[in-house]
Design a protein around this ligand. Structure first.
Ligand code: ZN
Length: 211
């Protein structure tokens, strides 16, 4: 068990990523960049989470749901903050700010035994070794890093913040560079859909007002 300096959640067994509900900021980028209020639900087993991006909280994802653990039911209503980094070609890209440690991350996790979303480190989530989609995961990660290599970038996990857009290598044509960036993005998206997403379902509709 961690000492006072550890922000990790102690679980009987370490949760693996395929067991967790994930909140990928890429899935919310359009909504976060839009002027319109957005809302909807995320269903995951018996859990239903309402989410909304509201006018008065433009850089936050408001969440509302109920958990029952060990016979105790708790109502949750909190917001996840968004931070932004500059993009190479102008504009910004959003990231989640982990509600627990404040780190900038692309994906927040909710292990089955937990009550709230937090980053991989805070929930001590292990990379799955034995999931059914393991082959997809491995193949796509290899493809991802082949594209990164062409861009002169170090290997990285598709989830990692290190996988931010590499700079254009010296001597590479802008067109080639942009094609490789597109490829990097599409491999990452495929990895997300096939290897990470799991059984979650998301529906978007009007924002609900329950702040
Ligand atoms: Zn954290």
């Amino acid at each position: 068990m961690g000492g006072l300096t550890s922000g990790r959640t102690p679980y009987a067994t370490t949760p693996e990523d395929h067991e967790c509900l994930k909140l990928d900021v890429n899935e919310f980028t359009d909504a976060l960049n839009s002027d319109e209020e957005t809302g909807g639900t995320i269903s995951w087993g018996n859990t239903e989470i309402s989410f909304a991006i509201l006018d008065e909280e433009p850089e936050q994802l408001r969440l509302q749901y109920t958990t029952t653990r060990d016979g105790e039911t708790v109502e949750h209503n909190y917001a996840i903050r968004v931070t932004r980094t500059e993009c190479n070609f102008g504009g910004t890209r959003p990231w989640w700010q982990c509600p627990r440690c404040g780190d900038r991350v692309g994906i927040l996790y909710w292990p089955p035994a937990a009550r709230k979303f937090a980053c991989r480190d805070c929930h001590d989530v292990a990379y799955s070794s034995s999931r059914a989609s393991g082959n997809d995961d491995r193949t796509l990660r290899m493809r991802y890093n082949r594209v990164r290599k062409k861009l002169g970038a170090e290997p990285a996990h598709p989830e990692s913040i290190e996988a931010t857009i590499p700079d254009r290598p010296k001597g590479m044509h802008q067109e080639t560079y942009e094609e490789l960036l597109d490829e990097l993005k599409s491999v990452r998206e495929e990895w997300y859909q096939k290897a990470l997403l799991g059984p979650m379902k998301r529906h978007t509709n009007e924002a609900e007002r329950w702040v």
